[in-house]
Design a protein. Structure first.
Length: 139
């Protein structure tokens, strides 16, 4: 089935597809707070700090996705350990950035390992004795 055929009459994904979507805002503030063991005020504080940005329902109520709740739960763990909320938000952002960079690095390594590839050396890069790319430019 093509992705286009899974859309409803309004052009949105069918309800069953939204259940698997980590970015779908399925949880109300009260339910979200309950799921992560926090208060609605904690979720509002994370929003004010810019860690999560809940969508708003037609009535103006905050709605949270599973992806946002995972970030909020990690921030809550840090705050419970005594980390100030602003620092906890910064740590979670940095952890996310690191995960994305590691994923990109792994993807690039897989591409460099393909047969017939130049091994990733380009623009003056060269392989070190250990087989890793030395990114220093040659004179």
């Amino acid at each position: 089935m093509t992705p286009e055929s899974r859309l409803n009459a309004e052009g949105r994904p069918q309800a069953a597809d939204r259940l698997d979507d980590d970015h779908y805002p399925a949880y109300t503030m009260g339910r979200a707070a309950e799921l992560i063991g926090a208060t609605p005020g904690f979720l509002r504080a994370l929003g004010e700090a810019g860690l999560i940005s809940p969508t708003r329902s037609g009535g103006g109520h905050r709605r949270y996705s599973r992806q946002q709740l995972r970030r909020a739960a990690r921030a809550r763990e840090l705050v419970d350990q005594g980390t100030p909320i602003e620092a906890a938000c910064r740590i979670v952002r940095l952890e996310d950035d690191l995960e994305a960079a590691l994923s990109m690095n792994e993807e690039l390594r897989r591409g460099a390992d393909r047969p017939g590839d130049s091994g990733g050396a380009r623009n003056g890069e060269r392989k070190s004795d250990a087989g890793e790319t030395d990114i220093r430019r040659r004179p």
